[in-house]
Design a protein around this ligand. Structure first.
Ligand code: SF4
Ligand code: SF4
Length: 695
């Protein structure tokens, strides 16, 4: 039976290599099978801009920066990850040790013999650094395993399900650590000198307590621990690709391949106009089956660790809508695995159904990006929801009736309110606002900013006042600006997020061509939705615009009104004469905040005009959506209203009002506060009207 003793010679080495080949083979087979399944998805280039991808990898995989956002789970995952990385070294040593290689017997490597202890790798066993580091990391992983068990079994956060698989994996990891120190403890009893192995000294004592004292008994304990460690390690590795913990393998790749596009940008449908022209029974827009998604979108599924952080952030889920971003990813994964390999052209299961993604599920999303911000493995939820919406809107015309009306209004009059497009500049009456089309060539050259007013500022009574205030501010700050007037089209944000990519593209090109025609280089807008789409999404259509005009170029700097005001205040061009002395809650709009990382500028601007900002519990990156994004402004909402939920939070601060910087948020808060009968006590202000009051 000596061939069963690790490191004992050729017999054992053959056994280890044969077993190793079989187990590595099954692991590679399962992994390859999963890769083949991923490749059912559409192609997508996600390996460009290598330095940025490496940077992303360092930040989120090696630095675990997303996970560290969370007090309990963050350090826990950090030490599990780094524990595994470091302990990979002990695994390599452990496998090498079994082969029984002694460097003293290899002539050209004999110089390493003085640094080899037994059959271990040189500079490992018997070296203080090795044992101290390894035992420390084993201890850290064991502590974090204890924390993980405690969280799952005792704390039981609602967002995490207690599954047998999760407990099994935690048990395997714990066993791997325990068998490792059992093994080195047995070596100590046998007489080995392992300096710094303070944990193994304890297990050596435990061996002695259970009667393992003689050299031969210690040898037996060592062999038993070695084999146990071996089976636990290979069992763990082979179980991974088949289990929900596949994310341990896929997460680093998912992070590496994460989108490098601006956060607020949705992806266009390639060759959309050509496809529209040649529309036939094979044409398909959007997604309703597994192969309609890209391989990267499918990779999000096995990468999901089912932690539920996305769900915790979701305004729809938190107001009892059927939508859950966690369910979105998990259902995609379930159908992907359930369908498995299918021949090309086989009929695929529709994902849009009451059992998988119901219509209410798909239309509940406000595209607030809370889910993507929270996801530790950088899964991308919004594009998937919009792809499902594109299928419904463009292929089936199946969108809520109110959404249909909003889109028809945009088609006819270029605004969702349906007011005549020729009324777009009516809000300027009496204000002497220059319009590009009415200026001479000479005067146009002197204009620095195009003020893109947007539909709300142009047509909604309350928001017209915001536009008028911004005009007052820009004039006071000496800004040379003009508007496009009736030549301005809807920015298209609503159309795009309700799934009508075709209409969006028409609107985007209309605005881009108008701006190019007037040589516009800078745009300011008070609407975060317009700001986001002009800044992050319009550049996607330069090639399309060049089809109509080969000279077309788009070098436009887009700023939000709060950025311009902040700059004017900083440069002393705006001088607030009346400090406002108000205490206000501040609401971060999703499209300025999570989509564009503008958190401090609006706050500092408010402080400059004398306002004390009282933070709501959910603020900045964790801000709770007002409920209007993603085209939801135009859709009916059933059950608890998102804007009421958020308004209650603002009211609870006890502040005199709430400051916002988005026309949709303004409307949603005014409605929400009215719903609570608090409109006399709590006013809603847009940042621009506060600054205008202070001048
Ligand atoms: S974008 Fe917002 S509303 Fe949509 S699924 Fe994510 S968290 Fe929920
Ligand atoms: S998608 Fe991300 S945040 Fe949501 S459950 Fe999966 S890993 Fe967690």
């Amino acid at each position: 039976m000596s061939f069963l003793i690790p490191g004992s010679g050729v017999g054992f080495a053959i056994l280890e290599v044969v077993f190793g080949f079989v187990l590595v083979g099954t692991f590679l087979y399962s992994t390859w099978d999963r890769i083949q399944l991923l490749l059912q998805g559409k192609p997508e280039v996600r390996w460009d801009r290598l330095p940025e991808r490496i940077n992303q990898f360092i930040r989120y995989v090696l630095g675990q920066s997303k996970l560290l956002q969370e007090a309990y789970g963050g350090p826990m995952h950090f030490f599990i990850f780094w524990g595994f990385m470091i302990l990979g070294f002990t695994i390599a040593n452990f496998l090498f040790e079994g082969l029984g290689i002694r460097f003293e017997k290899i002539p050209f490597l004999s110089f390493l013999a003085p640094f080899q202890h037994g059959t271990a790798l040189p500079f490992t066993e018997g070296f203080l650094w090795y044992h101290a580091v390894m035992d420390t990391f084993i201890l850290l992983v064991l502590i974090t395993m204890g924390m993980a068990f405690y969280r799952r079994l005792v704390l039981r956060p609602e967002r995490m399900e207690l599954t047998g698989q999760a407990l099994f994996i935690l048990t395997l990891i714990t066993l791997m650590m325990v068998t490792d120190v059992m093994l080195s403890g047995a070596k100590i009893v046998e007489g080995s000198y392992l300096p710094g192995a303070y944990l193994s000294v304890l297990t050596a004592d435990l061996w002695r307590v259970v009667g393992v004292r003689s050299e031969s008994a210690a040898r037996g304990a060592y062999v038993a621990s070695w084999w146990l460690h071996w089976f636990v390690f290979w069992g763990f590795l082979n179980y991974l690709p088949l289990s929900k913990h596949m994310h341990i393998m896929t997460a680093p790749f998912n992070v590496f391949f994460h989108s490098l596009e601006p956060k607020g940008a949705l992806q266009p449908i390639p060759n959309l106009s050509e496809m529209m022209e040649k529309f036939d029974e094979k044409t398909k827009f959007g997604a309703n089956t597994i192969p309609d998604f890209t391989w990267k979108q499918l990779l999000d599924g096995p990468t999901c660790q089912e932690c539920g952080r996305c769900q915790d952030m979701c305004p729809a889920y938190n107001t009892d809508k059927p939508l859950s971003p966690k369910k979105l990813i998990m259902e995609l994964k379930h159908v992907w695995l359930e369908e498995g390999h299918q021949p090309a052209g086989a009929e695929r299961k529709s994902l849009i159904s009451d059992e998988i993604f119901s219509l209410d599920f798909i239309w509940a999303c406000t595209t607030c990006r809370g889910c993507e911000w929270a996801c530790p493995v950088l899964n991308e939820h919004i594009q998937k929801i919009v792809d499902l919406r594109r299928f419904l809107t463009l292929m089936e015309g199946n969108l809520p009736a109110e959404g249909q009306v909003a889109l028809q209004n945009i088609e006819k009059n270029s605004n969702p309110w349906g007011v005549g497009f020729d009324q777009r500049a009516k809000w300027t009456e009496g204000l002497e606002v220059p319009v590009f089309g009415e200026l001479s060539e000479e005067d146009r050259k002197r204009i620095e900013y195009c003020y893109f007013v947007g539909c709300a500022g142009s047509f909604d009574e309350r928001n017209k006042k915001i536009a008028q205030n911004l005009v007052k501010i820009m004039k006071a700050g000496g800004v040379n600006f003009a508007i496009l007037g009736a030549e301005e089209a809807c920015c298209g944000d609503t159309a795009r997020r309700l799934g009508n990519e075709y209409l969006y593209q028409i609107l985007a090109l209309q605005n881009m061509n108008a701006m190019f025609g007037y040589g516009i280089k800078k745009v300011v807008t008070a609407c975060p939705h317009g700001f986001n789409t002009l800044k992050n999404e319009y550049p996607q259509f330069v090639a399309e615009a060049r089809k109509g005009n080969p000279d077309f170029a788009w070098n436009v700097e887009v700023v939000h009104a709060s950025e311009l005001i902040y700059r004017l205040l900083g440069e002393g061009k705006l001088k607030p004469a009346n400090k406002l002395e108000l205490e206000l809650a501040f609401h971060d709009s999703c499209y300025l905040g999570r989509h564009n990382d503008l958190y401090q500028i609006p706050r500092q601007t408010l402080q400059t005009v004398g306002i004390k900002v009282k933070e709501m519990p959910r603020n900045a990156e964790k801000s709770f959506c007002c409920g209007a994004g993603g085209g939801r402004m135009w859709l009916e909402e059933h059950g608890e209203k998102i804007n009421v939920n958020r308004s209650k939070e603002a009211i609870a601060t006890g502040a005199a009002g709430v400051a916002v910087n988005c026309p949709f948020c303004l409307t949603m808060f005014e409605d929400g506060i009215k719903d609570q009968g608090q409109e006399e006590k709590m006013k809603v202000y847009d940042l621009t009207e506060l600054v205008a009051q202070a001048l």
